[in-house]
Ligand binder design. Structure first.
Ligand SMILES: Nc1nc2c(c(=O)[nH]1)N[C@H]1C(S)=C(S)[C@@H](COP(=O)(O)O)O[C@H]1N2
Ligand SMILES: [Mo]
Length: 322
């Protein structure tokens, strides 16, 4: 159904004549400068007439080499049915109030077990690797799923750049902590800021990306602008939004969801139809966009990515390490 959305974008806009030039163009369109954080924070390249509701195309990215077998979820659903508790706990809250999130300038602090702690500007992030489209199945722990054409870069490229030490066994991610821009943080539904974590091999896996866009456009704020994690074989809550800190650790980090309810949410959170959530089955899912009366689909082990990721968990009891 909405696959043709991608195809509607004129070929001239998706075929890079020169990756470098086009990426500079993307950086300019995002309103950040070309050199480090100085030009970025000056707002020199920002379109003064741009509003938060403006949709901006990403002019240069590689088309995905896989993931085309699934029908993508309509853009309208992906951007109006969201979980982003910093803006409230109902599905419509993020689309309604995420516009107050200011994403420019934006920096990510790289900390912990690294040779040198670093501050990465958003424009620097875009220079680490070429952007690529990844059409991924996404499965929320609540029992619904979507297929989202993300645009992003492998997290592995950032990790290599960050130069973690030999003691780095895990990666912890932290979202923005700013109750003035994120009204949901005034409610103690979670221990703010939102945090998540991955084991180092999961973080380095080629399927793991940092997303900066979807459907050929700059990432909408309700989907976690300007940069969020996407780990398609895990439940959606691992995909932490609006990341400001990445910390390399020796010990397993404790995520916000583990703190909130350790019985229901574990560290791994791999999609597994045969391990039920304590309060409901995970055997099937409702694909958003199928219609309310459509038959539920069978949930797949590792969300259908078992061939690529299963090896990382061989010998692990997935009931114990849920
Ligand atoms: N910071 C932050 N990240 C978050 C969440 C959140 O509440 N806050 N919700 C998670 C959950 S439960 C899901 S299912 C996905 C939803 O991403 P989407 O709205 O882009 O589909 O974001 C995840 N990342
Ligand atoms: Mo979720």
């Amino acid at each position: 159904m909405s696959r043709n959305r991608i195809d509607k974008i004129p070929a001239t806009e998706i075929t890079p004549k020169s990756v470098h030039d086009d990426r500079r163009d993307f950086i300019r369109k995002l309103g950040v400068g070309l050199i480090g954080g100085i030009a970025a924070s000056s707002g020199l390249f920002q379109d003064a007439s741009a509003t938060s509701s403006d949709r901006q195309k990403i002019t240069s990215y590689r088309k995905s080499s896989y993931g085309h077998e699934e029908t993508t979820t309509p853009y309208e659903d992906i951007t109006s049915y969201n979980n982003f508790y910093e803006f409230g706990t109902s599905k419509s809250d993020p689309a309604a109030s995420a516009s107050r999130l200011i994403t420019m300038p934006w920096t990510i602090s790289i900390e912990g077990q690294v040779r040198k702690p670093k501050i990465l500007g958003f424009d620097d992030l875009l220079r680490l690797a070429p952007l690529e489209e990844r059409i991924y199945r996404m499965r929320c722990v609540e029992g619904w799923s979507m297929v989202i054409p993300w645009i992003g870069l492998p997290l592995a490229d950032l990790i290599k750049w960050a130069e973690p030490t030999g003691n780095a066994k895990f990666v912890e991610f932290v979202s923005l902590d700013n109750p003035a821009m994120m009204p949901g943080q005034n409610l103690h539904v979670l221990d703010w800021p939102y945090t998540e974590g991955l084991r180092m091999d999961e973080a380095m896996h080629p399927l793991t990306i940092l997303a900066v866009g979807l459907y050929g456009e700059v990432l909408p704020k309700q989907n976690g602008a300007p940069v969020r994690l996407v780990v398609p074989w895990k439940y959606g809550f691992k995909g932490i939004k609006s990341i400001v800190k990445i910390r390399f650790t020796e010990h397993m980090p404790v995520s916000s969801w583990m703190k909130a309810n350790p019985r229901e949410y574990g560290f791994y959170s791999n999609v597994n139809p045969s391990v039920d959530h304590p309060r409901w089955s995970q055997a099937t899912e409702r694909r958003i966009g199928d219609g309310l009366f459509a038959k539920r689909r069978k949930t797949m082990l590792f969300n259908g990515y078992a061939e690529q990721v299963g090896q990382m968990y061989s010998g692990m009891d997935m009931r114990k390490y849920f």
